[in-house]
Each structure stands twice: as structure tokens, then as C-alpha cells.
Design a protein around this ligand. Structure first.
Ligand code: ADP
Ligand code: MG
Length: 489
């Protein structure tokens, strides 16, 4: 069933190692600050996964000693969580690293370089030790620079659903005509792991695909800040500004980290103005709506209103299922429907976590030579989120809704058209459509054999009311949350 177990051995173990390590990295990124992450974890290269041993390559002896002292325990724990507690981690040192003799290595891996950069843009040390794909260097008018686009993120492998449709449509429009739409800047906001970085990067990749000579750069607000501070320290602020102002497309991820950094914001503000004035495209992301970005300068926030702000919401069940199926196909693995539904039902508001679980599942299946079954999925879920929920059923939704409104459940199936019953029935039908994978016909049958058109009508009524009536919306969301956070095993 898992064809990774049948491909040529070395390639297989390397691929598995890559998948497992990427799941580990996503967990590690939550535990260490981003500078340490970039300096010490990103440069590690997964080499193989054999007999439960994950071999990781580190760039130097010094690097290994640092890892041993600071991160080994954490890495071992995370690998254990992904692969099971029997898993082990082995380290190897890149062949071209000479044994430690001097402190030269220290300079090569220190998180913050203090030496004067020889050319602009300065390459932060974390990149010098090789974490950026070399084919993503581009030449531009003022010399070559790394654009930090990851070719993995494309529109083609971004699954569209109701939750991200608007943001995705706006991103596509901008990618096809950068600087030429009214969406400048384009600001995409939403919770973590919902696809903001993916969309931002997809825009950059699409632009380069269509126009090879455009100058595109992707930068996180943290990296922009670090570079700004370094530029000041090394008296290269003019180079810094000129570099970012020479872009055709400037992509800045996670601008919430600009909060409170007044001087950086000031520099960004001027860069923004200059680019906007020249009809160059600016694309930004944030983890919350711009008006909730405390600590950001009002004049910067007001600039965002010149363009378009689009949100990404947590994906609904259907989209989560589609994403898992797509990821399965990418790995050339036929995932059983019940396994996909089980994972999708359990992880409902973070696509990164959803991906991580799938990777753990595939790794376990392959290492322990087991079939991909719901039991195995439960095992992985218990390890990753600590619990397993059975999929929500229509009966459960009906019970919860009636409990909330203090109504007897059987009235939902009765013929009565009393307003309060109609209201509860409509909400229950809406939630059944949202939270289960049942067809409209099946949902109708659970409500006294009503027709599928009645379910559609109820769904639309609830959606319309939620749009105009905040109190109603909060009622529906409360019931939804109760259902989604229940921990029935
Ligand atoms: P964010 O930047 O919002 O925290 P990311 O863009 O890093 O989230 O997404 C987390 C992971 O989930 C990435 O691996 C990304 O490719 C994947 N992902 C997110 N949304 C989608 C989607 N709609 N379709 C496919 N993969 C997605
Ligand atoms: Mg992101």
C-alpha cells in the first residue's frame, strides 16, 4: 500500500527522512525563537531514515557541539513524538568540514554576524551555511540576490475552499498583473498554519514564471528588522533602502512582528511609499486584521486601505479532506477514505498540523510496516494532539443544538413551524452541513425526512442571518465551538 517502501532504498530513506524532518521542524519552530531556528535548525539536513534511526547532517563540528549542548534533547523528544518513542537520532558532520582547531567556526555559525558585509544585500550567516535553494538566486540590475522563494509553494498545489477562496482569488489577480490591479498593497491575514506564507510565495513564484526579469523578494518582517539593524550598525542604511526600493514585487510576511519597532517601521513606510508611487507591487501578511495590529504606526495602517485586505479562515471539513487527499496523491499514496476523514475530523484549524499528522502516519506505517488504517491514525493523533475525537454525527449536532436552546430533540424532526423550533432546526441543519461529510439528502432524512432543498434553504437562511446579526452569529459559533472542542473518544 505504501509505495515509499518499494522505491529504491537510498532514495526512499532519504525521502522519508525529509518528510519526517519537515514534520519535526514544524514542531521545533514553535519551541525556539526564529533567529535560533534559522541559525541552528534550518541548516540541518535529513539524510536517511533506516530501522527507526533518523540520520541528520550538520555543517560542522562546532555546529554539532552547539546542537548537543542546546537542542539535542528537544530534537530527540520531537523525533520521538513524530516517529514513536523507539526512534533514535544520529548525527553526521558534513564531509568538507575540517576538525575544530580554531574559533573560525564560531564566526561561521553565530546567529548574528558582526562583521562588515562585503556586498549588499548582506547574507545572514544562517543562509551562508546553506539553507536556501541555489537555483533560486536571481540576477538583477544591481547584482545578484537571493529572493528566498521556495518553489514548493505554488497556486497549483494550493487547495481552494470557501475559507480561502477570496484571498486566493486576490492573490491570483495580483500574481497575473503585479502593480497593475487596485490590490496594492495586498494584505492577507489569518491564523497560523492556514496558508498565508504559501499564498504569498505562490504569488512570487507565479510572477517569476511569467516575467523572468522581474525583481521579486520574499522577506519576513523579522528578517527585514534584523537586516535593518545590521545596516545601521555597519553604516549601510542607504544600500539597505536602495536594495528594497529596487524591487518590482516586495513580499513581507508576518508584519505583526513590526509591532513596537518604530525605526524599522519608519524605514518600511518609506520603502512602501516609494514602491507604491512607482506602481510596484507590495504584498503583506499578518496573523490578525490590520486594525487589530497594536503597535503599528497609524500612517502605515492607513496605507493598507489603499489596497485590498483579504482573510483566510480555518478550512471547513470538505477542504481539509481535499487537502489530505491532495497531499496523499503528491506522495503517490492511496489513503483510505476513513483515515482521511478521521484526520480531517480531528484537526480543524491548522493545516500545518494536518500535514504533520499525515507525515507521521506515513512514516509510522512505513517504518513499522503496517497498513494505513484508522487504528494507526488514532495512534498518531494520540501522540500529536493527545486525544482522538470520533467524527461528529448529525445526532450529536441535534442533541447539542437542542441542549443549547433547552428544547426536546424530537421536535427537530416534527412538523411544527413554531419560530423557535424552526430556528433551532435551521441551525442544526447548517451545522450538519458544515461539520459532517453527509449529503444534503442524508441530512434531510435526519430531520423527519425533509427534502434536500429544505436543507439548502435552511443553510442559506443561517448564512444570511449570520452576516447581518452579530448576536445570532455568536450563538451559532458558540454551538459550533462546543461541538468542535468536545473530546469524546
Ligand atoms: P501560515 O503562513 O498561514 O502560518 P503556511 O502557508 O505556512 O501557513 O501553511 C502551512 C502548511 O500548510 C504549508 O505546508 C502549506 O503548504 C500548507 N497549506 C496551507 N494551506 C493550504 C492549502 N489550501 N492547500 C494546500 N496546502 C496548504
Ligand atoms: Mg507563515
Amino acid at each position: 500500500m505504501i509505495d515509499i517502501a518499494e522505491s529504491p532504498a537510498s532514495e526512499t530513506t532519504m525521502n522519508q527522512a525529509k518528510h519526517v524532518w519537515s514534520a519535526c521542524l514544524s514542531k521545533l519552530s514553535e519551541r525556539v525563537n526564529s533567529q535560533s531556528y534559522k541559525a541552528w535548525l534550518e541548516p540541518i539536513v535529513p539524510m536517511s531514515l533506516e530501522a527507526g534511526v533518523l540520520t541528520l547532517q550538520v555543517p560542522s563540528h562546532f555546529f554539532y557541539e552547539w546542537i548537543e549542548e542546546h537542542y539535542e534533547e528537544m530534537i530527540t523528544a520531537v523525533v520521538g513524538a513524530v516517529l514513536g518513542k523507539d526512534a533514535r537520532v544520529a548525527y553526521e558532520i558534513a564531509k568538507d568540514d575540517p576538525p575544530i582547531e580554531s574559533h573560525a567556526d564560531v564566526a561561521a555559525v553565530a546567529p548574528l554576524p558582526r562583521s562588515e558585509p562585503k556586498s549588499y544585500p548582506p547574507q545572514p550567516e544562517s543562509f551562508r551555511i546553506g539553507n536556501a535553494p541555489p537555483n533560486h538566486k536571481r540576477s538583477g540590475g544591481s547584482g545578484s540576490f537571493q529572493n528566498f522563494l521556495n518553489p514548493r509553494y505554488t497556486f497549483e498545489n494550493f487547495i481552494k475552499g470557501e475559507s480561502n477562496q477570496f484571498a486566493c482569488a486576490a492573490a491570483t489577480a495580483v500574481a497575473n498583473n503585479p502593480g497593475g490591479t487596485a490590490f496594492n498593497p495586498l494584505v492577507i491575514y489569518g491564523g497560523t498554519g492556514l496558508g498565508k506564507t504559501h499564498l504569498l510565495q505562490a504569488i512570487g513564484n507565479r510572477v517569476l514564471q511569467l516575467h523572468h526579469n522581474k525583481r521579486v523578494i520574499y522577506v519576513s518582517s523579522e528578517k527585514f528588522t534584523v537586516e535593518f539593524v545590521e545596516a545601521i550598525q555597519s553604516d549601510r542604511i542607504n544600500d539597505f533602502s536602495a536594495f528594497y526600493r529596487s524591487m518590482d514585487i516586495l513580499i513581507v510576511d508576518d508584519i505583526q512582528f513590526f509591532a513596537g519597532k518604530e525605526k524599522t517601521q519608519d524605514s518600511f513606510f518609506h520603502t512602501f511609499n516609494e514602491l507604491h508611487h512607482l506602481s510596484k507591487q507590495v504584498i503583506l501578511s499578518s496573523d490578525r486584521p490590520p486594525k487589530e495590529l497594536n503597535g503599528l504606526d497609524d500612517r502605515l495602517l492607513s496605507r493598507f486601505q489603499w489596497g485590498l485586505t483579504a482573510d483566510i479562515q480555518p478550512p471547513d471539513l470538505e477542504t481539509r479532506i481535499a487537502i489530505l487527499q491532495h497531499k496523499g496523491k503528491e506522495q503517490k499514496i492511496d489513503l483510505p477514505v476513513d483515515v482521511v476523514e478521521c484526520l480531517a475530523a480531528n484537526i480543524n484549524n491548522n493545516i500545518r498540523e494536518l500535514e504533520g499528522c499525515l507525515i507521521s502516519l506515513l512514516a509510522r506505517a512505513s517504518i513499522q510496516r503496517r497498513e494505513i488504517t484508522v487504528e494507526l491514525a488514532h495512534e498518531v493523533l494520540r501522540h500529536t494532539i493527545g486525544q482522538v475525537k470520533s467524527p461528529i454525527t448529525i445526532d450529536e449536532i441535534q442533541r447539542n443544538v437542542c441542549e443549547y436552546f433547552s428544547l426536546p430533540t424530537d421536535l427537530l424532526s416534527a412538523k411544527t413551524r413554531k419560530q423557535e423550533i424552526v430556528n433551532a432546526r435551521q441551525i442544526a441543519m447548517y451545522l450538519a452541513k458544515e461539520l459532517t461529510n453527509s449529503s444534503l439528502k442524508t441530512i434531510g432524512l435526519h430531520f423527519g425526512g425533509r427534502d434536500h432543498s429544505t436543507v439548502i434553504h435552511a443553510y442559506q437562511c443561517v448564512e444570511d442571518l449570520m452576516r447581518v446579526d452579530m448576536k445570532y452569529r455568536s450563538t451559532v459559533e458558540q454551538i459550533r465551538r462546543r461541538l468542535e472542542t468536545r473530546t469524546k473518544v
